[in-house]
Design a protein around this ligand. Structure first.
Ligand code: SAH
Length: 389
């Protein structure tokens, strides 16, 4: 593991990776009560950005130019925006590109192809994102909330509760930042273009619904309005908020949906994913089958393998029966034990037997690679989803 030099100077009050576990800096909330981040061009569509420029007395097309720098060229330094008169650059970037994410700490492993950044937001909240380079693709795993309110007991973020939702631009900027890192060529033997986004960092994306959907639009609309990624290459992972899944169906997007199931029976899922007390296994699976039917896209079923908790052969068989014949694939995640947790990862032979039984039931199953484990994924939960498409 390497601690990378920071791209920007570290401020005296930040810098502890342990704080990334959904915990805000001391008194952050007291200092800035529910303070929203400043508006950024990524919060707005192109028309909205042009309106801001016009209100400032600038020509509206300056908004297109600055958008091309940000989304098209991945440039955020006003000094490089030479097509805009020098006198206007600072005003325009101050109004449309305020700094939202300050890197507090950067770590890398896997020969530099996995890189985690801990960010401080304007109000002191801390979130993480992870960049993962592969020979054929570059994926970024991003956060949608500071903290999380879903309280899953095996998840580090879940322990500290929700601090706040991220703004659309705070979500988008994680991706644009890492697209710039990838384009700089620092990922050895990986393509220079970031192509995939997984919402598997901190937070429950469907609990920050409107901003996450807006972020998906921004990420998938071509430049200069957005980043121009493919919808199919964006994965939204959820604990299973059924009404929000139905809203997502109505959006008519073709993003990949991942469901954090973790148990095939209500007794255990009520404990592992407490929102199951509201929407039961059968209900949440029905909802994802509606999503699969509407989009034609295979749903990814996430299942953290927890020793002697959810890894029994009978649970593999029950899961196999629930998923057999469905447009689904299982992604087993070796549990990344969180500090102080009473739980551990399943032994490899138990994991292999679980896989064997699922496959015997005709359910495509993969075991997630343990990318970034050395740098603690982020909260033990960030890793590449084996996403198809
Ligand atoms: N809230 C969303 C997305 C964030 S977590 C969701 O729950 O889907 C991304 C994935 O990592 C989820 O499947 C989550 O259950 C899993 N995860 C969380 N903590 C983990 C841990 N300690 N070990 C392995 N997987 C974990």
């Amino acid at each position: 593991m390497t601690v990378l030099p920071l791209l920007q100077p570290e401020s005296p009050d930040g810098g502890d990776v342990a704080l990334a576990r959904g915990v805000r800096e001391p008194n952050a909330r007291a200092r800035h009560k529910a303070a929203l981040p400043p508006k950024h061009l990524a919060d707005l569509d192109l028309a909205g950005r042009r309106a801001v420029a016009a209100e400032m007395g600038e020509k509206a097309f300056r908004a297109n130019q600055i958008s091309t720098h940000y989304f098209g060229r991945l440039v955020r330094d006003p000094g490089q925006m030479t097509d805009i008169p020098a006198a206007d650059r600072d005003r325009l970037t101050a109004a449309l590109m305020p700094s939202l994410l300050t890197p507090v700490r950067e770590l890398d492993c896997d020969n530099g192809t996995t890189r985690k950044t801990l960010w401080r937001l304007h109000d002191g909240s801390l979130v993480e994102s992870v960049l993962m380079g592969y020979p054929d693709r570059v994926t970024v795993c991003i956060s949608s909330q500071a903290g999380c309110g879903m309280a899953c007991p095996f998840c580090a973020t879940g322990q500290a509760g929700l601090t706040r939702n991220l703004s659309t631009a705070e979500i988008v900027d994680q991706v644009v930042w890492f697209a710039g890192v990838a384009a700089s060529g620092v990922l050895a033997d990986c393509p220079p273009r970031l192509s995939r986004v997984v919402f598997m960092g901190m937070g429950e994306p469907l609990a920050n619904y409107a901003r996450v959907i807006e972020a998906v639009h921004r990420l998938t609309t071509p430049a200069p309005e957005g980043l121009g990624l493919s919808q199919r290459h964006i994965t939204v992972s959820t604990v299973g908020l059924v009404p929000a899944i139905d809203r997502l169906i109505a959006e008519d997007l073709s993003v990949t949906l991942a469901l954090s199931l973790h148990a095939p029976d209500d007794d255990l899922r009520d404990e592992l994913v407490p929102v199951n007390q509201r929407w039961k296994v059968a209900e949440v699976l029905d909802a994802v089958w509606r999503y699969a039917a509407h989009t034609g896209r295979r749903v990814s079923i996430e299942y953290a393998m927890i020793k002697n908790v959810n890894d029994q052969p009978w649970r593999a068989d029950l899961l196999g029966r629930l998923l057999s014949g469905r447009l689904a694939h299982v992604n087993l995640i070796p549990l990344n034990p969180t500090p102080g947790s009473r739980w551990d990862a399943s032994p490899k032979p138990v994991e292999r037997e679980f896989v064997r039984r699922l496959r015997a039931a005709g359910v495509p199953t993969t075991v997630r690679d343990t990318r970034g484990r050395e740098i603690d994924g982020a909260c033990g939960q960030l890793a590449a989803a084996e996403v198809d498409g």
